[in-house]
Design a protein. Sequence first.
Length: 435
Amino acid sequence: MTRTRNLLVGTGLIVALAALGIGQHLLEKEAIAQTNGKVMAPRFEVDPFWPKPMPNNWVFGQTIGLGVDEKDQVWIIHRGNDPGNLDRTELAYPPPAAGRGGARGGAPATEQPELNASQPMKVAECCFPAPPVVAFGPAGDVVYSWGGPKLHPDWPESNHGIIVDNKGYVWIGGNGQPDSHILKFTRDGKFVAMFGKKGARRDPNNPGQYVRNADDLESFGRVAKIFIDAPANEAYVADGYFNKRVAVVDMDTGKVKRYWGGSGEKPDNVAPTPYNPKEGPSRQFRTPVHCAMVSKDGYVYVCDRPNDRVQVFTKDGKFVKEKQFFPETLADGSVWDIAFSTDPQQKYMYIADGKNDHIYIVDRQSLELLTSFGYGGRQPGMFLAVHSIAVDSKGNIYTTETYTGKRLQKFVYKGLFPVEKKTQGPPWPTKTSSQ
């Protein structure tokens, strides 16, 4: 009796699974038929009302680092407190001797400067630099704000990368000349640890000069971005603006466990030559190595920005493949940052191009460019030097802009649609009859 019942149950399960398989196949065929076999890609719309206005007449300087934590809080780091980063016309208390064009030098901008003989009087209500680190909740409200040299004496000379790890610690890197270290803080800005040593790249025989050391297991060379691989307890460091390498560090000790250069080769300490499209990309990375992002299936995608390319590696640094994007791009290059779609296969890869001012939507496996959105401009959905990109749990995209862009934007995920054109322009909200 039991054997007969098991046989009937097993037979029924096989029939059910077969029916399910046929049903899925029919649904896939129906989906393909509805799109006429066209390639599908995610579509986004800019949210012009996100984030909400910040308190205290705060404004951003060059808006650099970007990360999204497990609570979908959006973390940024910017350079509003750097000398000369905000023009005197942007400040209620103009600094007395700001540098030109964002150059360093002169007095730093401060939120509430004390009036004295060298400090000008307040000229207007607006504006004040926001604290270097600002985190926004999903609704766009400020939930954390802190940072700067007063918080820690080894604060980076030039803010750059920011990420929140699986334990809730905030990691910060910098790309100023002496920035050869990484700082860790709690979410509310309490100092936790420093990996590396500020000024470690300084030439002992010539303190005004800095030297590369791509074999250093203790310190770094102007870190651009950090990616957290929580299951492995490792952090991937795009190291970066000086050392021309990817360094993988232990999350607890900060010690470098392994590292590699362009094409999986041993990194060198030679200053890179300018990129020439006629010669093609070099085997070594050019500076900056701007990101190193790990996919769920264990591949490391590296932003080799001036070489206009993505290089792909295994986690132990074995070279897999590469792809250039708009290889005629000079100066800052075309591959600035990478984020992945939130589906289990991470089918899509998003690339921020801060020189041509686009977000590219790429098939991650083939590295084929499917479509793009955005172009240069100041209106919502446009970019001026789009620097970093991140994705929340709902698939929404966030971007920051450096140089004169000084902005954080949100792009709402609207689902998959057939690719109609390679360049979409600014993804403004679609008008409906009810609007």
